[in-house]
Design a protein around this ligand. Structure first.
Ligand code: NI
Length: 382
């Protein structure tokens, strides 16, 4: 039978093949692996592009885990992280990355795209999930994180309480001796949440690892394709690098991954955020931004020196107070507050508002208050 070699032996063989000076038993742990430069050298010998080797090496993700939950013995936070050299978010990349994240994690989430960075997060009863693609020195860093500190464990514990009650009742109904029933029920109730927690967490962790792997693969492929295109024709490489290369509207540094014409479902978009008086961006056209805001309570008096402001109420009731009166808008009603007119908005109940205003408009005018969200920080809902 042919001798088979372990990974370590293969490394050693390659190492020795390159440098006969290396002893046959390089067992010092520091000698255990190959440096990236050595692997690149080996790859070059067999005609593999060193750039691809660097990328492949970088995609071996570092997964880091936080201290374990004392009860279930599983870390409460899990993070997958990779550095991808030579990769940049261009053209439709952010848009496609968001689709990948949504498919892998099964949630819409809230998206923030800013210059060449992307941030996605979602929170529900189980916990929080966070994905970011941020520029690094020579490429991008992909980070996928799940934090299940509170929610998931509480759900599992609630499951335990329920199972205790359920088991208690059914055991009693079965006619087991009264002294035994609570003991059996408590035993099962202690074990059940643990099992439920572990099962849920395994499912979540797999989804996070999957999201990470799919993002890394997609971004790596894009970078390789671009490199190939550049190599194929210098002239083509000079063409604009996709839709994000369009000049963005002054004042709005955040811009959506454009290109794809899409349906903006108002009800669905309003269902994705809860903050009040914090406009979210959904579209941009002709230098105007279309924003969705939820109102409840009051917002400060202010005026916009140069911009008219359009309000359309979709649900609830919005009162626009003016110095000499007030307008009340119900669902399906809209109004324009002209530039320079002082106004203040209030809503007695949760109110859904569509705003259209120039990209340069600050939503609390020249007044800086706790309610002011800078234009750069207004989030895109994609
Ligand atoms: Ni205003």
């Amino acid at each position: 039978m042919d001798r088979r070699f372990s990974d370590r032996e293969v490394q050693l063989i390659l190492k020795r093949a390159l440098d006969p000076e290396v002893g046959p038993h390089a067992d010092d742990p520091s000698e255990g692996g190959l440096s990236l430069a050595e692997i690149e050298e080996i790859a070059a010998e067999v005609g593999i592009d060193p750039g691809r080797v660097r990328l492949a090496a970088a995609t071996l993700h570092e997964a880091t885990q936080a201290p374990a939950n004392p009860y279930a013995g599983i870390p409460t936070t899990i993070q997958f992280q990779s550095s991808l050299p030579g990769v940049r978010l261009l053209g439709a990349d952010p848009h496609d990355a968001i689709s990948v994240i949504r498919a892998a994690l099964g949630r819409q989430g809230i998206v923030k795209v800013q210059n060449d960075a992307l941030e996605w997060r979602a929170r529900d009863a189980l916990g929080g999930r966070y994905v970011s693609i941020t520029p690094s020195e020579d490429g991008v860093r992909v980070r996928v994180l799940g934090n299940f500190r509170d929610g998931l464990f509480l759900s599992a514990a609630a499951g335990g309480m329920l199972s205790f009650t359920g088991i208690f009742l059914s055991l009693t109904a079965m006619g087991l001796p009264e002294s035994v029933v609570p003991l059996v029920a408590a035993g099962v109730a202690l074990v059940t949440p643990r099992v439920v927690y572990r099962w849920l967490r395994r499912r979540e962790d797999r989804a996070l690892a999957d999201a990470h792997a799919r993002l890394v693969t997609m971004l790596g492929e894009r970078a390789t394709e671009r490199a190939a295109e550049e190599a194929a024709g210098g002239a083509e490489a000079l063409a604009p690098a996709g839709p994000t290369a369009l000049p963005s509207t002054p004042g709005a540094s955040a811009s959506p991954p454009r290109g794809a014409l899409r349906v903006i479902d108002l009800a669905e978009h309003f269902g994705r955020f809860e903050d009040r008086w914090t406009p979210k961006l959904v579209a941009e056209m002709n230098g105007q931004l279309v924003k969705l805001a939820k109102g409840e309570g009051d917002i400060v008096w202010h005026s916009h020196e140069h911009e008219d402001e359009f309000f359309l109420v979709v649900a609830g009731e919005l009162t626009i107070h003016l110095r000499d009166g007030a307008l009340t808008l119900g669902p399906g009603q809209c109004a324009v507050v002209p530039a320079g007119v002082e106004h203040r908005a209030s809503a007695a109940v949760e109110t859904h508002i569509v705003l259209i205003e120039p990209a340069s408009t600050r939503h609390t005018g020249e007044v800086e208050s706790e309610q002011t969200v800078s234009i750069e920080d207004q989030e895109w809902l994609l």
